[in-house]
Design a protein around this ligand. Structure first.
Ligand SMILES: [Zn+2]
Length: 98
C-alpha cells in the first residue's frame, strides 16, 4: 500500500512515530521527515520524551496527514504550524533525532 504524504509517495507499511497526544486527538503542530525517511508527528503542547512516542504504520496516519494540507517536506526537514501556515525548516545535523 502506497500513501501520499509530505509531497512523497511512501510505503504505507513504513513505521511512523507520533506522540501519544496525537494518538489521543491533540492537534498536529509539527511534522518531521527524518533523513532515514521516518515521519514523526508531534503536538505543540507538551515536552516530549521517549515515553510519549507511539510507533504506528504510516497508512494509519495518512488521512490525518492529508487533512493537514502540508507542503512538501523533504528528508532532513520538518514543518511547523505557524499563524501564516506551515513553515518548513532544515534540521540541524546534531538534532537529527529531534
Ligand atoms: Zn504531544
Amino acid at each position: 500500500m502506497r500513501v501520499h504524504a509530505l509531497g512523497y509517495d511512501m510505503n504505507g507499511d513504513a513505521l511512523c512515530i507520533v506522540c501519544r497526544h496525537i494518538s489521543e486527538d491533540a492537534p498536529v503542530a509539527e511534522v518531521a521527515h527524518d533523513r532515514d525517511g521516518v515521519v514523526q508527528i508531534l503536538c505543540a503542547s507538551y515536552d516530549h520524551g521517549a515515553a510519549d512516542a507511539v510507533t504506528i504504520h504510516l497508512h494509519h496516519v495518512a488521512p490525518l496527514l492529508a487533512s493537514l494540507d502540508l507542503p512538501t517536506v523533504h528528508p532532513g526537514q520538518y514543518a511547523q504550524r505557524t499563524e501564516g501556515g506551515w513553515a518548513v525548516t532544515d534540521m540541524p545535523p546534531e538534532e537529527e533525532e529531534a
